[in-house]
Design a binder for this molecule. Sequence first.
Ligand SMILES: C[S@@+](CC[C@H](N)C(=O)[O-])C[C@H]1O[C@@H](n2cnc3c(N)ncnc32)[C@H](O)[C@@H]1O
Length: 302
Amino acid sequence: MVYAAHQNAGVDGVEGGVGLTALLVAAARAIETYRPDSLARDVYAEHFVRAAPASATWPVRIQQVPDGDANPLWGRFARYFGLRTRVLDDFLLRSAHAGGARQVVLLGAGLDARAFRLDWPPDCVIYEIDREGVLAFKHQVLDGLPDVPKARRVPLPCDLRGDWAGALTGAGFDPAAPTVWLAEGLLFYLPTATETRLLDTVDRLSAAGSALGYEVKLEKDLLAYRDSPLYTSTRRQLGIDLLRLFDSDPRPDSAGALAGRGWSTSVHTPFEFSRRHGRGPLPEPNDALAGNRWVFADRPRP
Ligand SMILES: C[S@@+](CC[C@H](N)C(=O)[O-])C[C@H]1O[C@@H](n2cnc3c(N)ncnc32)[C@H](O)[C@@H]1O
């Protein structure tokens, strides 16, 4: 069955538009969880996928995909999300445990269940920012499970195009304490000016010792890959046209801007981590992942 996701582009929850992409990532995490050589485990992902009518029939195990790993969406693309989850799990835990940050802010948190999945330091607080409809769906599912979060969790229903900083500080966030920030699968949906403003705000609210991880797409022309197997299979199998959801503005040099403000930054292709872990996507022709970069930034202590 094909779902016409774009017809619901204005929907605030997970049933349409960019909210539906949170379910896509959740399905990929469920599949990754049950691979014998899994890179990341997320036992909550499957519950989200099954609970939403839009995704209730999507696969949550690679064995449920007739062509298995040969399927560009549920094979290679899902493995990309599995790798991304693992790399960002490692970044967050390293920043909280070794780096000493005790505040975590998940920007565009979607169905990220890290508050429940990961072993946080005892005094850690996790702020989850996303749109109201997405968080309402997340709570409806989580409330039906017996599990409790492994850190204090503060959901903040906000539009990241508005004054989310006021909501964050109003909820107890302390700009004088080090923070670890994450923008996973978010920035390419936002207009350039919003990305710039969002990272300006992160910079303003980050004490020394803070860290930031985020994902960008650097290709000059997104449409150059419109016929790539990842995009065509996502469109054909799920009705999600990622290229219509991505913002088409030229992207800002956010890593350069952070470096200019004294952050130390490193920019990586996902393929570097595939090689490091011995599994995950590797480059291929006409590759929708060619421009993807994972950026890590640290604000040094004096
Ligand atoms: C692809 S999902 C990624 C979710 C999560 N970070 C993950 O990797 O599982 C993108 C998320 O960004 C959220 N998002 C997009 N634009 C937003 C905005 N303007 N304000 C708040 N959240 C937004 C969507 O609702 C969605 O949950």
